[in-house]
Write a protein that binds this ligand. Structure first.
Ligand code: LRH
Ligand code: MN
Ligand code: MN
Length: 406
């Protein structure tokens, strides 16, 4: 059935002037990193629901991530979060990953879970606490070196709850000072990605509240510092794809944390509430890949795509597979946009034709395409079903309840 559907799809797209072979190659090359913390128990501030079969340590988290990669062929690396994934021997963790066909990707320092950080980490008014927090960031650069990763991904939970609680300008200076120290410690081939979030856990002000602040500090630091866009970290109604286009043009877009959100930083399965947003984000990226400026093209080529989800109620591994498939689907659809047609409509200032040229790509069924690609890559046609039919869901039950959680 899917073969016939694919033949029809290919004929239809070829007629539209789309190079299907090139589309296939691009989809095969899309790598999406999954987060170690997305495999552990997680929840909301109201409750963490404990599940049977959840990984008990970083090694088991990587084993689960490797299963997702084996079935989807799309997630060759796993992000780690320190100290959630602290181990004595990072070489051993790396080797474990390698043996299972994956590698360790972004290293995420965690400066939000220790008592001292209640009133801030690198922006704390107490210099001793600031030192401790910066040392942890530097330790993460070392861990990244040890696991052969080229990304340190920084999200700082600092903020205040009440007007007057903190000196906003001083805190800005402390943040810049700390990041400058981290920047100095980066090897030539390592990037630091700066993630922003407009609220939570600080509810009055957040020290790195939006892309503009992240961009400003990244710009002051230099080319190895870039911005990370977590799709769940914006106020309602924000045009995320506009931010993406702007940062691409400034050559400052470093990576994504993909998740789906409805009201806040909900960390839900990617592409469930807002698949069109994901599609439009990819439209901006694919368009930038054809930019006249080589720097912009290079920025678009080097984006680190990562999932950042930690759902409360879903089984972890199938939820991650769902996210990966959803990202692939929207990427595939975006690759079907006839960019020449869009540009012609823009030149003619034909508003409706331009909107139609973008949207018509979203409306195609790309399942036959994705299934054909999987077949060519020796992957299961339906990775979700293949997981459910495998022995892995039963195998992990022996881990029992009470695995790793944040
Ligand atoms: C903060 C965040 C950040 C953290 C992760 C656990 O909301 O998105 O990326 O490191 O969640
Ligand atoms: Mn994030
Ligand atoms: Mn988040």
């Amino acid at each position: 059935m899917h073969e016939r559907a694919y033949q029809l799809f290919e004929a239809q797209q070829t007629e539209r002037g789309i190079d299907v072979q090139q589309v296939k190659e691009k989809i095969k090359a899309l790598a999406i990193e999954t987060p170690s913390w997305g495999y552990g128990d997680s929840g909301t501030r109201f409750k963490v629901f404990k599940k049977v079969g959840v990984p008990r340590d970083p090694f088991e988290k990587i084993s689960d991530a490797a299963v997702v990669h084996r079935l989807t062929g799309a997630c060759p690396s796993v992000a780690i979060h320190i100290p959630w994934d602290k181990v004595d021997d990072y070489d051993k963790l790396s080797k474990h990953a390698k043996e299972l066909g994956v590698r360790i990707g972004g290293v995420n320092p965690n400066v939000f879970q220790e008592e001292e950080y209640m009133l801030g980490s690198i922006t704390n008014a107490d210099p001793v606490i600031r030192r401790k927090a910066t040392n942890h960031l530097l330790e993460c650069v070392d861990i990244a070196k040890a696991v052969n990763s080229d990304i340190v991904s920084l999200w700082i939970a600092d903020g205040t709850n009440y007007p007057g609680q903190g000196d906003i300008r001083k805190r800005k200076h402390w943040l810049h000072e700390s990041f400058a120290e981290v920047y100095q410690a980066l090897p030539d081939d390592m990037r630091m990605l700066i993630e922003y979030k407009f609220f939570e856990p600080g509810f009055y002000h957040t020290d790195l509240a939006d892309w503009g602040m992240a961009y400003n500090v990244a710009n002051q630091l230099g080319p190895k510092a870039q911005v990370l866009v977590d799709t769940g970290h914006h106020p309602q109604g924000t045009n995320v794809e506009h931010i993406v286009a702007y940062l691409l043009d400034e050559q400052k877009l470093g990576g994504f944390h993909f998740n789906s959100r409805k009201y806040a930083d909900d960390d839900l399965i990617v592409g469930t509430s807002n698949p069109y947003e994901l599609f439009l984000i990819f439209y901006q990226i694919i368009d930038a890949l054809q930019d006249a400026d080589a720097g912009v093209r290079q920025t678009a080529e080097n984006i680190a795509y990562m999932i950042d989800q930690s759902h409360a109620i879903e089984p972890k591994i199938p939820a991650m597979i769902r996210s990966i498939l959803n990202v692939q689907t929207q990427y595939a659809k975006a690759l079907l946009i006839d960019l020449n047609k869009v540009r012609k409509a823009q030149e003619a200032q034909d508003v409706l034709a331009a909107e139609q040229a973008v949207r018509e790509a979203f409306e195609f069924d790309v399942n036959p395409l994705l299934q054909t690609i999987r077949e060519e890559m020796g992957l299961p046609l339906n990775p979700m079903q293949a997981y459910l039919d495998s022995s892995y869901p039963e195998q992990i039950l022996e881990r029992g309840i009470g695995g790793a959680s944040w």
